[in-house]
Design a protein around this ligand. Sequence first.
Ligand SMILES: [Zn+2]
Length: 263
Amino acid sequence: MAFIEHKENELVYMTSSVLPARHAFTTRLGGVSTGIFESLNLGSNRGDDPEAVRENYRRVCALMGADIDGCAVTKQVHGSAVRVVTAADRHVCLSTVPYEADGLVTKERGLPLFCFIADCTPVLLQDPVNGVIAAVHCGWRSSVADILGEAVAAMRSLGAEPEELCAALGPALGRCCFETDADVPEAIDAWLKGDTAGLWDRRADGKYLVDLRAANARRLLTLGLREKHIDVSPECTRCRHDKYWSHRYTHGQRGSQAAVIVI
Ligand SMILES: [Zn+2]
């Protein structure tokens, strides 16, 4: 298992060898946005030029073999809601999303699922045997609200089986850069029922350095996924701010990258 970097036309994106489905973790490279959004911004409500965002979507959707108005997108509120989507949920690019959901699940063919990130952990899931996929935005609040538990339950409702599920946890804020107060490790401890050995370091100044991606990988194990079906990106979005959007590095003056998957 490994994350692999691709360059196609101008786009730079990552894939994981654990997922058979077509998918991508985008970077900030290969789009047409300018200024603080240079260059591949896929955030539709951050103040970027709509025509530039549309062109950025065109490039990523072309990779997925889809039209920019033929995808399903999250509307992220740092909650744990996961929505099962169908062709009826196809989103007209840049229009208002009529639901709130930090995760999407489908068994619809040809319907790419998009979630958006800039430090939070993106998780793409696929049951290749039963034909079910998911895209999940795992910020720390969504994580400890057990959005991955909700996502796997939604996938099971469509026929997926945990032992068949493959999961890729993409580029995100690493433990090197996720500095928190005690509230985050305390919430993770409650969520993972104390199974938290090695997930954070406490510094002498009382702050913590937390590995949220590893915490989410551990949750996937307790949900029944096999360890060999879980791939975790080693890249930190803040350390690699030259390649990825990082909310912390830019103090919020930024675009968004996407994780997208389609069957
Ligand atoms: Zn880092």
